[in-house]
Design a binder for this molecule. Structure first.
Ligand SMILES: Cc1cc2nc3c(=O)[nH]c(=O)nc-3n(C[C@H](O)[C@H](O)[C@H](O)COP(=O)(O)OP(=O)(O)OC[C@H]3O[C@@H](n4cnc5c(N)ncnc54)[C@H](O)[C@@H]3O)c2cc1C
Length: 385
């Protein structure tokens, strides 16, 4: 008889890992989430959340969606504003509201939902250092001890140890955004229900953003393709204040602003499809599977959805008692069906909007509110979805 410490080990307890654990609700599968931090904890992020997140929570259990409805720190976002380099802007209403909530609160919210499940244990402040799988088990070595499980799910983010050791993925500068964010107070004219995107002509592969945040603060950040960052030899933490200083309409709005804490950076991997996301006894999900949006760098919703799909597939593995690499391909197919085509369209759009004249034309058309502007909006929405 094989001895297992757990049925499933989830490496990483961010949105992906906690959503994945929540996917085992109302089952008897024994799940451990190994997380190197404890909650609440910060995560560098723009904190913007897609409207389908409550639906994804509902799919796992209505009680998770009800809990999200009660989650006080979320702020609904109803508009998107694109501001071109001359300060001209166009604002559009979202068909459904987005949200912002600091990751300090949101990741803790998900952790509380998942850790309340009787079959889920969190091993906090424990770091996974080595993983392997074979026909009989997944072996997970941490800084404290070794565990055996029937299956391993890598939800350990952009520098996933599971991805590096089992799928041999490496940071790919052509398919990775480097991004920084900072919290400011007293930025002028920050609308409490609007995401602002500012394409930056000197860095066309990325953008600058201002999102409203808790207590009247602003989440301000900048992203750029890592290959551009390397080619231009830029220091990302210095670029954010430079953009503010060099852009007259931003400079004006930040004249009384105060930086709260540090400017912090991290990676957003968008290279989905460039390495395997499954194999014998393991799956990768969220940033570990590089499923973030190649257009915006948004990855919280993708992390939650792929976490949910990974849990659903793991349940199929237990039903079929099949943990082979061939059976895991059904997971790859489910992820591809959800994100594959959309990801390709949004990658194409990300290349198009690097041209300033395209941005300027879109902003001008959307400001004009003519039949043509409605047509442009319709086409853009079709490509983006
Ligand atoms: C500057 C910036 C701005 C962004 N803005 C947005 C935004 O506005 N909206 C959006 O949707 N997305 C945004 N993203 C992307 C988003 O942050 C990620 O896509 C999302 O966090 C992915 O979730 P995840 O659970 O897969 O990974 P993570 O959130 O990174 O969670 C991984 C977890 O694994 C743990 N871990 C890692 N290694 C180990 C280990 N060896 N052992 C144990 N635990 C481990 C970590 O501590 C962490 O808790 C942004 C990213 C950046 C960098």
């Amino acid at each position: 008889m094989q001895q297992y410490d757990f049925d499933v080990i989830i490496c990483g307890g961010g949105p992906c890992g906690s959503a994945c654990a929540m996917g085992f609700v109302d089952t008897s599968i024994r799940v451990a989430v190994i997380e190197k931090s404890s909650f609440p904890r910060e995560k560098v992020c723009g904190d913007g959340m897609a409207p389908y997140i409550p639906k994804a929570l509902h799919k796992m259990s209505p009680k998770f969606k009800d809990a999200f409805d009660q989650f006080r720190e979320r702020i609904p976002i109803r508009y998107i504003k694109v501001v071109n380099s001359k300060g001209k802007s166009a604002t559009q209403a979202f068909p459904e509201p987005w949200f912002v909530a600091s990751r300090y609160h949101f990741d803790d919210f998900l952790y509380r939902q998942a850790s309340a499940l009787p079959n889920v244990s969190y091993l906090l402040e424990e770091q996974v250092t080595m993983v392997s799988t074979d026909a009989s088990a997944a072996i997970v070595q941490t800084n404290k001890q070794q565990y055996r499980a029937k299956m391993l799910i890598g939800c350990d983010g952009a520098s996933s140890i599971v991805g590096r050791q089992l799928s041999h993925c490496r940071l790919d500068p052509a398919n990775n955004y480097a991004a920084v964010r900072a919290y400011y107070e007293q930025v002028e004219d920050v609308l409490p229900d609007t995401f602002e995107f500012h394409p930056v002509p000197q860095h066309p592969s990325g953008y600058f953003w201002i999102f409203p945040s808790e207590a009247g603060r602003a989440n301000v950040g900048f992203s750029i393709l890592s290959e551009d960052l390397q080619r231009k030899n830029l220091k990302l933490r210095e670029v954010l204040p430079q953009i503010i200083a060099q852009t007259p309409h931003l400079n004006q709005r930040f004249k009384n602003a105060r930086l709260l804490g540090d400017i912090k950076g991290w990676s957003i991997p968008v290279g989905y499809g460039h390495y395997p996301i499954s194999g014998e006894r393991y799956l990768l999900a969220g940033d570990a599977a590089s499923v973030a949006d190649p257009l915006t760098g948004e990855g919280i919703g993708q992390a939650i959805v792929t976490g949910r799909i990974a849990a659903a597939h793991a349940l199929n593995c237990f039903s079929a008692n099949d943990f082979s690499a061939a059976f895991m391909k059904k997971y790859d197919a489910a992820v591809a069906q959800k994100w594959g085509a959309q990801n390709r369209r949004r990658r194409l759009l990300s290349h198009l909007i690097q041209y300033q004249w395209i941005i300027n034309t879109i902003v001008a058309l959307l400001r004009s509110s003519t039949v043509l502007s409605k047509l442009v909006l319709w086409v853009l929405t079709k490509i983006a979805r």
